[in-house]
Design a protein. Structure first.
Length: 249
């Protein structure tokens, strides 16, 4: 329900803005998860065993991903977007020690399937502080709801831990036009150095506009961060090869 509520809110709120030189658009992105250098987990934080799905004899299975975003820019300065970014990664491997996870003990050298879900729902407002012919720079705020779940499955037992929370993030967007059609772009949602956690979602890539309505891009995306609280310790780093398309109405 969360993504639907976000999109309904966006549509209802922005319809009156159509008279204010509004440019509506939809963005689709997909690609491959290249790897997870680390995915450190301890549930609960105190009493659980910390393990790393990025190492510890585990391998992430080949994984495609996708995300969708709806947005509007009006008066060429104000941008509001709603993003739905689901992700579920599957790891297979074994532990080299007894692992206490969510109240159960998993034996060493036992085949384990781990499922790591990290779905993200975000509502963003951004203001363009620089608008030149070749360069744009915008800053804003993102309200993010994370829907995370970690599940460990063996031949004898199966348990999971879910965690839903709200995270405020700083949004930054910059774009430099190499020509009328080619552009370099950087976009980030990030918060670091405050409280018991951090979060970064950064895209760097090259874009090509076929015209005023349609453009493509390709590049690299990294998602990193996590939380260190009483109920859970989890920090992960995920690399993506990303391809995106934007259609402007």
């Amino acid at each position: 329900m969360l993504p639907k509520k976000s999109f309904y809110f966006l549509i209802c709120f922005l319809i009156p803005l159509s008279a204010a030189q509004a440019q509506f658009w939809m963005d689709l992105e997909g690609g491959l998860v290249l790897g997870t250098p680390y995915n450190r987990i301890s549930i609960p934080n105190t009493g659980g065993t910390q393990f790393d799905l990025g190492k510890n004899n585990f391998e992430v299975q080949p994984l495609a991903y996708s995300r969708v975003r709806l947005g509007v820019t009006f008066n060429d300065r104000h941008t509001i977007t709603a993003l739905y970014a689901p992700l579920t990664a599957t790891y297979k491997g074994q532990f080299d020690q007894v692992v206490n996870f969510n109240g159960l003990a998993y034996a060493p050298n036992e085949a384990i399937t781990a499922k790591y879900q990290f779905n993200s729902y975000r509502l963003t407002y951004r203001y363009a502080i620089v608008r030149s012919e070749r360069f744009r720079l915008g800053v804003g705020l993102t309200a993010k709801i994370r829907d995370a779940d970690v599940r460990l499955i063996s031949d004898s037992q199966d348990t999971h831990f879910s965690n839903v929370g709200f995270v405020p993030l700083l949004n930054i967007f910059s774009m430099y036009r190499l020509s009328n059609r080619w552009r370099i772009m950087l976009e980030a949602d990030a918060l670091a150095g405050a409280g018991p956690g951090r979060a970064e979602d950064v895209f760097l890539g090259l874009g090509y506009d076929f015209g005023p309505k349609f453009g493509l891009r390709a590049g690299y995306r990294v998602v990193e961060g996590g939380a260190d609280v009483e109920s859970v310790y989890n920090f992960t780093w995920i690399n993506y090869a990303a391809i995106g398309a934007t259609y402007r109405f």
